[in-house]
Design a protein. Structure first.
Lengths: 221, 79
């Protein structure tokens, strides 16, 4: 809808599910509760999935989801559309999840980033189990067992690596947007993303790889 | 380019953002290195699988609590 055009309220729209986020945001900013509820309903599963995968705990995921949308409500009037609504929302959800993590780990020392910062490439895991997968992702994605495997494999990553992978590779945020959401430098996001991708590749290939196609890493290359 | 050097540009190669000159070197290396080819293929499949994986559904009672909390806060802030 061109800016300046008078918008219909939610009750006048034939099919609210077709209304773009940006229009729902403008309606909600103008005081339309049903527009805000439509935005929430549209994005709640995405937010819950992200925070559940970061936190790996249903009650914590519920807390972080609720905190996310309360925060959206609180700050919506200040949202100017510099990023898309969903990118803004995912950034808020990530903050909420990390806040829950800090609360959960109160008293525990923060894991040090020194090893990564001092020698980024030295800390990158080298591929060990190298083999073609027995099936394509399209065939695998429907299996409940594979869904469990995907969730379990995420457990091998610490929260920061998990969050980087989920924001960049699953949610499609850019490196810069991921860095902003997590309060990291882009360089740190890149090295964490590489570590996360390689760790997950290793975990999944050990389960989904065809042993008959297994290759040894060339030591001389 | 060696396997180790390939790791440093693996992200950019997989994301399609690698410098064209480096991209050529990367692909030249892969032509003669089956393990690197398979690792790149595995990583692409890993990302695809996660991207297309099932979302985690909000339990209905949790959804009700969320919407009730939001409506209550909305009333408090929109007199």
């Amino acid at each position: 809808m061109p800016s300046g055009t008078k918008m219909a309220g939610m009750e006048q729209l034939a099919d609210p599910s077709q209304v773009p986020d940006a229009d729902l945001v403008r309606l909600a900013q103008a005081g339309d509760l049903s527009a805000f509820e439509a935005l929430t309903s549209r994005h709640e599963t995405r937010v819950y999935t992200l925070v559940w995968r970061i936190l790996r705990h249903p009650q914590d995921a519920e807390d972080a989801t609720q905190q996310t949308f309360l925060s959206v409500l609180e700050h919506l009037s200040g949202f100017r559309g510099d990023s898309t609504f969903s990118t803004w929302l995912l950034r808020i959800a990530t903050h909420a999840a990390l806040k829950v993590l800090r609360r959960r780990k109160r008293g525990e020392p923060e894991p040090s980033d020194e090893a990564i910062e001092a020698d980024p490439w030295g800390t990158v895991p080298r591929p060990e189990y190298i083999a073609d997968w027995r099936q394509s992702p399209e065939e695998l994605v429907h299996s409940q067992e594979v869904q469990r495997l995907l969730n379990n494999a995420l457990e091998v990553l610490d929260e920061k690596h998990r969050a980087v992978f989920l924001l960049r590779d699953v949610e499609g945020l850019s490196i810069q947007e991921t860095a902003q959401a997590l309060g990291m430098t882009a360089a740190n996001v890149k090295v964490r993303l590489l570590r996360a991708r390689l760790r997950l590749r290793e975990e999944l290939t050990r389960k989904l790889g065809d042993p008959e196609t297994r290759l040894l890493r060339h030591q001389h290359h | 380019m060696k396997c180790e050097e390939l790791l440093k540009v693996l992200n950019e190669y997989v994301d399609g953002t690698v410098d064209p000159v480096i991209c050529k070197e990367f692909e030249k290396h892969m032509e003669g290195c089956d393990p690197c080819q398979v690792v790149v293929d595995n990583i692409r499949k890993t990302i695809t699988l996660y991207r297309n994986g099932n979302p985690v559904s909000l339990p209905p009672e949790c959804r009700e609590r969320l919407h009730a909390a939001l409506r209550q806060r909305w009333k408090q802030t929109h007199h």
